[in-house]
Design a protein around this ligand. Structure first.
Ligand code: UTP
Length: 408
């Protein structure tokens, strides 16, 4: 993009300040800024008028969950079907590791965090070791995709290389970077990070499939014969990945996606609740869950919305092209954003000073026809690390891991 083209794009959006220091930049910085301007979707800025407003939702009804008693009863059938799908190379894993992990407060990618007590145990290591259990059981090196972002890509790749991928076969690991989104102040003015750099942050975990498409990995998956992809978060150190029973249950149910869920620990637990919305599978975030839904009962007098998602989904690859990002809500999130002001001073705000824009993987579920909510046992599969201390923290996850027999 030329400077004139960039100026036109910015002027149309009322963002000319982005080029204020352009003439001071050296040629490579100029080039980089022009590329950023070209790549950046400025239409997201119009969404700030929706900040803080609840999203328009449909009519909710309960979605039956496959619970532990049925899973135990059909364990062999599910397990055999899952092992078959894995051995046939139809199953891949995708680690979502593009997030900023701001709540944990480490400068490094979250996966590099050492949760060990008597020895180093890195979050990445825990996750890879969990996946290795299935690799060894099925004697199949499952393709592992790792989504990073511009911000943490090099650090992630270098760390995993230095640690020899914690025993995973390097040629079975494929990295790709997710897309970035701009950030703006409360009036919709784009933030700059430096004179020649827009402030940008990862655009949420909902952009994973289009990020794969951008680099042709969607086609490669098909070429490789991958039919199922298990997406999971970096921060749940207990979760099982591509575990045969979950894979088999989802495959045999002919669902568009399988979603691991846990029984809620409290009616108002901060966890997204699985349900139907206008007859299609959907997830209601805890902050959108009404009192009526919290207290609703099913025909057995059990809570009707009693299962929450843990960010572990097995998507049926051929159906992913049904998902259109344009139809997924864009979440406008108020955040503290470090930036360079128009005088060239760097500012570190102590309270939220603007908005970031994100799409979320949980919103993909609603665009698919069918979903199998599959119950897992919280104590064995759900130890998320969001914070350093307190709820969903390094402390709580360590305790759960130790109880589960993991040496730290
Ligand atoms: P979170 O929603 O917990 O966000 O991500 P985060 O960025 O890791 O942490 P905070 O909110 O800044 O403290 C859930 C999962 O989605 C991934 C994360 O890496 C994590 O595995 N994620 C999140 C992405 O891959 N990209 C994103 O843009 C956001």
């Amino acid at each position: 993009m030329t400077k004139d083209e960039a100026l036109k794009k910015l002027k149309d959006a009322g963002q000319e300040h982005v080029l204020k220091y352009f003439d001071e930049l050296d040629s490579s910085a100029k080039e980089r800024l022009l590329t950023q301007i070209e790549e950046t979707d400025l239409s997201v800025l119009s969404h700030i008028k929706d900040a803080g407003k609840p999203l328009q939702r449909g009519v909710f009804s309960p979605l039956p969950v496959m619970q532990r008693d049925e899973i135990m009863r059909r364990e062999k059938e599910f397990h055999d079907a899952g092992v078959k799908a894995i051995k046939e190379g139809k199953t891949a894993a995708l680690l979502l590791a593009g997030g900023m992990g701001t709540r944990l407060g480490s400068d490094n990618p979250k996966g590099m965090y050492d949760i060990g007590i008597n020895k180093p145990v890195y979050i990445f290591q825990r996750i890879i070791e969990n996946l290795l259990d299935v690799v060894h059981e099925t004697d199949t090196w499952i393709r592992l995709y790792i989504m990073t972002s511009e911000v943490n890509h090099d650090a992630t790749v270098n760390f995993l290389k230095e640690k020899n991928f914690f025993g995973y076969r390097e040629d079975r690991v494929t990295f790709f970077k997710q897309s970035m989104a701009p950030a703006c102040d409360h009036n919709g003015k784009l933030y700059m990070e430096e004179k020649g750099k827009l402030f940008r942050s990862p655009n949420g975990n909902g952009g994973w499939y289009s990020s794969m498409e951008r680099v042709g990995l969607d086609k490669e998956m098909v070429k490789e014969g991958i039919e199922w992809i298990d997406l999971f978060a970096v921060d749940n150190i207990l979760q099982r990945i591509c575990d045969p029973c979950f894979v088999g249950a989802t495959v045999l149910s002919n669902s568009s996606v399988g979603a691991k869920v846990v029984k809620k620990a409290a009616r108002d637990e901060k966890i997204g609740v699985m349900c139907l919305e206008d007859g299609k599978p959907s997830i209601v975030e805890y902050y959108d869950l009404s009192e009526e839904m919290m207290d609703a009962k099913d025909e057995n007098n059990e809570p009707a919305y009693n299962f929450g998602v843990i960010l572990n989904y097995l998507f049926h690859v051929p159906e992913l092209n049904k998902v259109s990002e344009d139809k997924m809500p864009l979440h406008v999130v108020e955040k503290k954003i470090n930036y360079m002001d128009e005088e060239g001073n760097f500012v570190k705000p102590d309270k939220p000073n603007g908005y970031k824009f994100e799409q979320l993987v949980l919103d993909m579920i609603h665009q698919l026809d069918t979903c199998l909510p599959y119950e897992v046992i919280r104590e064995h599969e759900f130890a998320p690390i969001k914070n350093k201390t307190g709820i969903d923290s390094v402390e709580s996850a360590r305790e759960l891991a130790l109880k589960d027999g993991i040496e730290l």
